[in-house]
Design a protein around this ligand. Structure first.
Ligand code: T4K
Length: 380
């Protein structure tokens, strides 16, 4: 069979802004001979991300995973503390907690937003619970008000994994200013990338100060060793890319939105296929186009035959991967039926600036074929 596409189409193809601007910034760093350790480009990036998030403080870091670890430690989460997280997320969320000795406890999601179900979270709160981490999955904000109320009522730390949600809003306010801290990712596969990178954003001056020192091996601004630190620093090269990406942020979002609408039209009427929607009335970055179908694996495999590399985000659920699967009683005290049903049905499709109307039309045709009843499919 001849594949429809000669080259691979990817879910995570990086968006690249103005190369000239990027290379100028890199040349500036080389001229200054300042390449790392909170240089001028990192400081500029810090100010711009804080402005986008409308948060008082921003601490750029090497990636969101180390950002989650640092934010958790800076907020006071430590060994043995239980932290309630969704299972339907990147392994980065629970692994960051496990890595600092905390204990991820998996909660179910609601099917409308596919984010943490606050009722389920409430049932998991015990005297050992120290924190909740909500995840804005596919950029759709989680139930921030309800989780904030729960955290207040039980005296818990509240963090948000905002790796996928830069540029999105909740009740019209930008993601980034909620809870004790939120953590963004600027990984190459995110619509706004800094090669690798992340940022902790917060309105809490103490948390910001601790995070700033912790990312720099624990050294505070007076070069006093005040905290247990790690190397979580962002480089000048990453900040150069991040700043250049920020200049094209709205263009990237516009392309993603156009692509999402083309998929919506192209998949209308395909039996058994639904497209995940963003929150009504909110601003969204549309960086993930996600379908749900019982025929997920057949769709994935047929796309692959045509060189389309779709991704099963998130499959399996984190409760079903090691080191959590073999310690189910410890990490998953309650069943997660909605997560399990979801994990078997979700598929992310290519989008971003390297995907256009022709590619989307072809991808939709392949999906339609994969979803035909077998007899019709063989005849197609
Ligand atoms: N929390 C959440 C909710 C997250 O989604 C993530 C990351 C994190 C935390 C942690 O953030 P970081 O520590 O990474 O900052 C990808 C990304 O690696 C990961 O960042 C992301 N979530 C996750 C959802 O997706 P993979 O294993 O699927 O990526 P990979 O390398 O297979 O790339 C996907 C596709 O993109 C492939 O077809 C290849 C293509 N690609 C990739 C890269 C890196 C390119 O074309 N060019 C590239 O440079 O996890």
């Amino acid at each position: 069979m001849q594949p429809l596409f000669a080259e691979h189409l990817h879910v995570g193809r990086p968006n690249v802004g103005d190369r000239g601007r990027f290379l100028d910034r890199i040349n500036g760093a080389l001229d200054r001979l300042w390449l790392a350790n909170n240089g001028p480009l990192v400081q500029e990036f810090e100010a711009q991300v804080a402005a986008v998030a409308q948060a008082r403080y921003c601490v750029p870091v090497a990636n969101a995973t180390v950002g989650l670890q640092i934010a958790a430690k800076a907020a006071g989460i430590g060994p043995g503390d239980e932290v309630i997280v969704p299972s339907f997320t990147s392994p980065a969320t629970p692994h960051a907690m496990e890595w600092i000795g905390a204990v991820p406890i998996f909660a179910d999601v609601d099917t409308e937003t596919v984010t943490l179900d606050p009722h389920h979270v409430e049932r998991l709160i015990t005297p050992r619970t120290k924190a909740i981490i909500g995840v804005h999955v596919f950029g759709r904000p989680c139930h921030i008000d309800e989780l904030s109320a729960l955290a207040d009522q039980h005296g818990l730390i509240l963090l948000f994994d905002a790796a996928q949600a830069l540029g999105c809003t909740y009740h019209g306010r930008p993601i980034g200013g909620f809870g004790d801290a939120e953590i963004f990712s600027f990984h190459a596969t995110k619509y706004l990338n800094s090669f690798e990178g992340g940022a902790i954003v917060t309105n809490d001056p103490d948390l910001a100060e601790a995070a700033r020192a912790m990312r720099n091996l624990g050294l505070d601004e007076h070069r006093e060793q005040t905290y247990l630190g790690i190397n979580g620093r962002m480089t000048e090269a990453s900040a150069a890319m991040g700043l250049t990406s920020l200049e094209s942020m709205q263009d990237f979002i516009d392309v993603n939105r156009r692509n999402a609408m083309l998929y919506q039209d192209g998949l209308a009427g395909v039996p058994g296929v639904t497209l995940r929607r963003q929150a009504p009335g909110e601003r969204a970055n549309h960086q993930y186009v996600v379908i749900e179908t019982d025929a997920r694996d057949a769709v994935h495999d047929l796309l692959l035959e045509h060189n389309v590399l779709s991704r099963k985000y998130f499959y399996p659920g984190c409760h079903d991967i090691e080191p959590y699967r073999s310690k189910r009683a410890r990490h998953t005290p309650l069943p997660l039926p909605r997560t399990e049903a979801l994990c078997d049905r979700v598929l992310s499709l290519p989008t971003g600036t390297s995907i256009g109307p022709a590619e989307i039309a072809g991808i939709c045709d392949i999906i339609r074929t994969a979803c035909l009843p077998l007899r019709q499919r063989l005849a197609a």
